[in-house]
Write a protein of this length. Structure first.
Ligand code: UDP
Length: 470
């Protein structure tokens, strides 16, 4: 690990407090960011999330500058009264309890002689900025989605609301935003759609964007310059988007899984397969596929004849019990063509030579991990930023295709097979997509290695905060 020449050794090191929402897709990149800042040896980092998630975090001891702390979120006592809370009530309860708890944590760190010099916070935590402001501490957002999606939201809150609403309503409408390809309704983040149960998230995004406007507009983004230079440059002079990603661990473990890994030996199973022959399927940590979609995927996998490794979380199985009966067929084939697991080490799986493609919901971490591993993707986006990510992958980055949905809103078996054939074919489109994916892998590695764009940007950011302090 390197040290910064610019750092003045006699000054106390700056102390970053990195606070994240306790979702897997936020914890993973935030934990990686915390490790990277700590490993510069130019700053201390305290990684903070709720008490339940903190218990699952394993900060390996390679990082003497890294510590963790828990905040209480109003759910930690397992209060039976909270069980029936709606998503909106959950977020309100969380905000109130967690912001009070964060304030106490920062004060107690100060009493312990470890004053916080900068608060970095992820999505959905605008109150973290309020705490920082109250204490007079600088704060910065770490955006765990692509710059493209940042830009879409930014424009929504800055003059494009009506145009975006027209685009939501009218499938023929084309939305033109600087630095982005023309977007159609189906490419927009789901929170814009009035009929989706999470549209209240928009209010939280709005709060978050207000905090961004107040901070000297600077945002750390889990992306890299080569991937999103167009959109990043288009925001120049408005918001400084600092690409510090991809936040993918080189040792292949993030160190904070909220789910228990499956006991099945999927690595051994993968070892026995031919190079680039296996379809890996995972839809992240939150999305629940509807019954019809599960059925069509099952059917498509059966008919395709390709080996597959499929992550079906416990919650997904419990939500659609009768489809699970059908997947027992798949489970019976563990030693053969298919394997179903409850949770795996995804970064490790994606880097396995047997993996030929990734059928994904296009969560941003999954997307970055596929680029980082050079694995082509078949997008089956579900909600949030995923449709936009799927659009970028297919039309701008070229490292995958997107499944077309039927009238029922599902990717049918024959469409899945078409997509698998497209990205796994040895010639034509398959070769083109694979080359693109491999090209992005090189560029992603270039960005994060010492002297690469993301590495330098993060260094510069840490030094700036240190200088601000001295
Ligand atoms: N993940 C994993 N094992 C699994 C499924 C997912 O480790 O079996 C990880 C994956 O590597 C990624 C995260 O969980 O880092 C999911 O984040 P993403 O943004 O892709 O989706 P989300 O869960 O937020 O919808």
């Amino acid at each position: 690990h390197h040290t910064f020449t610019k750092h003045k050794p006699k000054m106390p090191l700056p102390h970053f407090l990195l606070v994240t929402y306790p979702a897997q897709g936020h914890i993973n990149p935030a934990l990686q960011l915390a490790k990277q800042i700590a490993s510069t040896s130019a700053a201390h980092v305290t990684f903070v999330t709720n008490a339940t998630a903190i218990h699952r975090i394993n900060l390996n001891h390679h990082h003497p500058f890294l510590a963790h702390g828990a905040i209480l979120d109003g759910y930690d006592e397992n209060d039976a009264n909270t069980a029936s809370d709606s998503p909106t009530q959950k977020l309100i309860r969380y905000n109130l309890a967690a912001s009070k708890s964060l304030l106490e944590l920062v004060n107690s760190l100060s009493d312990l002689g470890r004053p916080v010099t900068c608060i970095i916070y992820t999505l959905l935590l605008p109150w973290a900025a309020d705490v920082a402001r109250q204490l007079g501490i600088p704060f910065v957002v770490f955006w765990p989605q692509p710059a493209a999606v940042f830009s879409v939201y930014y424009h929504y809150f800055h003059g494009y609301k009506e145009r975006i609403e027209s685009c939501v309503k009218d499938p023929e409408f084309t939305l033109n935003l600087p630095g982005l390809p023309p977007l159609a309704s189906r490419d927009l983040p789901s929170f814009f759609f009035p009929n989706n149960p999470y549209s209240f998230f928009l209010t939280h995004f709005e709060e978050q964007f207000k905090t961004i406007d107040i901070s000297k507009p600077k945002v750390l983004v889990n992306t890299f310059n080569a991937l999103e230079s167009d959109v990043m440059e288009s925001m120049d002079g408005v918001v400084e988007l600092i690409g510090v990603g991809p936040m993918v661990p080189s040792d292949k473990t993030f160190g904070g899984d909220l789910f228990d890994g499956d006991v099945k030996d999927y690595k051994k199973w993968l070892d026995a397969k031919l190079p680039r022959s296996v379809v890996y399927l995972s839809f992240g940590s939150l999305a629940l596929l509807q019954k019809r979609q599960l059925e069509e995927i099952t059917k498509g996998l059966m008919e395709s004849g390709r080996p597959f490794l499929w992550v079906l979380r416990k919650a997904q199985r419990e939500a659609e019990k009768d489809v699970v009966i059908e997947t027992e067929v798949i489970e019976g084939r563990e030693d053969e063509r298919g394997m179903v697991v409850e949770w795996c080490s995804q970064v490790e799986v994606l880097s396995h030579p047997s993996i030929g493609c990734f059928v994904t919901h296009c969560g941003w971490n999954s997307t970055m991990e596929s680029l980082f591993s050079g694995v082509p993707t078949v997008g089956v986006p579900q909600w949030s930023d995923q449709p936009t990510n799927a659009k970028m992958v297919e039309d701008v980055w070229g490292s995958g295709v997107r499944g077309r949905v039927s009238g029922e809103g599902v990717v049918e078996a024959k469409e899945l097979i078409r997509c698998l054939d497209a990205v796994m074919g040895k010639e034509g489109e398959g070769e083109r997509v694979r080359r693109k994916a491999e090209g992005w892998r090189e560029k992603a590695l270039d960005a994060v290695r010492e002297g690469g764009s993301s590495h330098r940007s993060l260094e510069r950011f840490v030094v700036e905060i240190s200088d601000h302090e001295s």
